[in-house]
Design a protein around this ligand. Structure first.
Ligand code: FMN
Length: 172
């Protein structure tokens, strides 16, 4: 009998919007019968679980790409909270992701114009470095202003995307 596909969602989030999207994607995956877990990149281990069918990576777009120590500090000042000195960029640098593993990536952005850039595209670049890999599924979710909240309908869209990802993932 086939077992439920297992998904891991690793994210970074300064104001909580990317985390809300990750939880909605996890809910969609669960709706479709997958097992899903959300981990903060700061706490995520550098070695992936042996049984993993789908890896989903998400981050907020900062200065058109992935957050850095400097942009996290800026966000932390705005949020009135201490900023972590590590996140998705650093987790990608210390983690080996097998080229055969199915991946999906997302980001949060303040506008969907090309001028806004995309943390998700920066993640794809990092994933491809030195490896042949199929283009992962990619999504951007809109926030209103730097600290959010999420634009109307984005959380529901993330849940729908989670269901679709589960449906397209075969467990091995
Ligand atoms: C320092 C800084 C730079 C940012 N640069 C961009 C940007 O280039 N493009 C964009 O769409 N949003 C930009 N934003 C807004 C982020 O997209 C927004 O804060 C983020 O999506 C919210 O997600 P979070 O709540 O998970 O942190 C920036 C935010 C900060 C704090």
């Amino acid at each position: 009998m086939a077992t439920a596909p297992t998904a891991l969602i690793v994210i970074e989030s300064c104001f909580g919007n990317t985390r809300t999207i990750a939880e909605a994607v996890a809910a969609g995956l669960t709706d479709a019968g997958a097992q899903a877990r959300v981990l903060d990149a700061v706490q995520a281990p550098a070695s992936l679980p042996a049984k993993l069918d789908l890896l989903i990576l998400g981050a907020p777009t900062h200065n058109r790409g992935l957050p850095t120590t400097a942009t996290r500090t800026q966000a932390g000042k705005q949020a009135g909270a201490a900023a972590p000195n590590s996140g998705m960029r650093e987790w990608l640098a210390r983690t080996t992701i097998p080229a055969v593993l199915t991946t999906a990536v997302f980001d949060t952005v303040t506008s969907k114009s090309w001028l806004s850039g995309s943390a998700a595209k920066a993640i794809i670049k990092a994933l491809r470095r030195g490896r042949g890999r199929d283009a992962p599924s990619i999504r951007s979710f809109l926030v209103q202003g730097q600290s959010g909240p999420l634009a109307d309908g984005e959380e529901a869209a993330a849940r729908t995307w989670g269901r679709a990802l589960a449906a397209s993932t075969t467990n091995v």
